[in-house]
Ligand binder design. Structure first.
Ligand code: UDP
Length: 251
């Protein structure tokens, strides 16, 4: 294994990333593939923390749209991330990587409480750390949890896994034939152009704290390892203005 470009990264997995081709829930084969990728990162001696979403199970906004109190629905969403975190822990441990789940909501029978220094200690000991229950606060998302935790643990980058798209585009490539792929973009430009990197709260937090985000396609199993080893994959969102031009997706 060659040398790595990072010492510590944070991988953001949306609920959808765990779904594979299913319409709902978790696909065991997909989870196994993710676990293998986590193992590869650890084999490069890179410390890895993971924030997991819950869109494959429940989103607070869906409950709110059906008339439920938004905060209650959001707490349900956060609990759903705990289910995903445990699923992921099981798979990552099966491939031989020690793992700890740290939760922002108290679920002490199944996960440790989130304590920043403890998270850092686990990472230093080579354990993969899975952050569950988002930020612990309603009205936020797990994207914001990813930005927040990455900053707290001094991760050098967020690896933002996308389902089936290579990175950031000027428009949705499945709808707009003129959509262009952006290999690089600044946080500010992504916010101003309303591009779908992560939600705006999370993106602002990354911008204000100069935290780079690598947006990549989770469907290609080599991508995480490539990014960790310094290859340019997907879109890099950073504080630098873009130097590489956008490229047309279709002609
Ligand atoms: N959530 C929340 N606060 C947080 C993180 C998550 O209230 O800090 C809730 C919110 O309802 C959200 C759900 O948990 O819809 C699942 O998280 P998210 O939508 O970010 O999952 P993803 O899109 O990454 O699968």
């Amino acid at each position: 294994m060659g040398s790595a470009s990072f010492n510590r990264i944070l991988l953001k997995l949306s609920g959808e990333a765990l779904m594979g081709d299913l319409a709902y829930g978790t696909d065991p084969e997909q989870i196994e593939r993710i676990a293998q990728q986590v193992r590869e990162v650890r084999e490069r001696d890179v410390e890895v923390a993971i924030v997991v979403g819950a869109g494959n199970i429940y989103r607070g906004l869906e409950g709110a749209a059906e008339g439920m109190d938004r905060a209650t629905a959001d707490y349900m969403g956060m609990l759903a991330t705990v289910l995903n975190a445990l699923t992921l822990q099981d798979a990552v441990e099966k491939v031989g990587v020690d793992t700890r789940v740290l939760s922002a909501m108290a679920v002490t029978e199944v996960a440790e409480p989130y304590i920043r220094r403890r998270a850092i200690r686990h990472l230093e000991k080579g354990r993969a750390v899975i952050f569950a229950a988002g930020t612990g606060n309603p009205f936020f998302t797990t994207d914001t949890a990813a930005a927040l935790r990455a900053l707290e643990i001094h991760a050098e980058a967020i690896l933002m896994a996308k389902n089936g798209v290579e990175g950031v585009y000027t428009a949705d490539p499945s709808i707009d034939p003129n959509a262009e792929f952006l290999p690089e973009i600044s946080h500010r430009e992504a916010i101003e152009r309303g591009l779908r990197v992560m939600d705006s709260t999370a993106l602002s937090l990354c911008m204000d704290n100069d935290l780079p985000i690598y947006v990549f396609n989770m469907a290609d199993e080599r991508n995480v390892d490539r990014i960790v080893s310094g290859e340019r994959v997907g879109t890099l969102v950073s504080s630098k203005p873009a130097t590489e031009p956008a490229t047309r997706v279709r002609t």
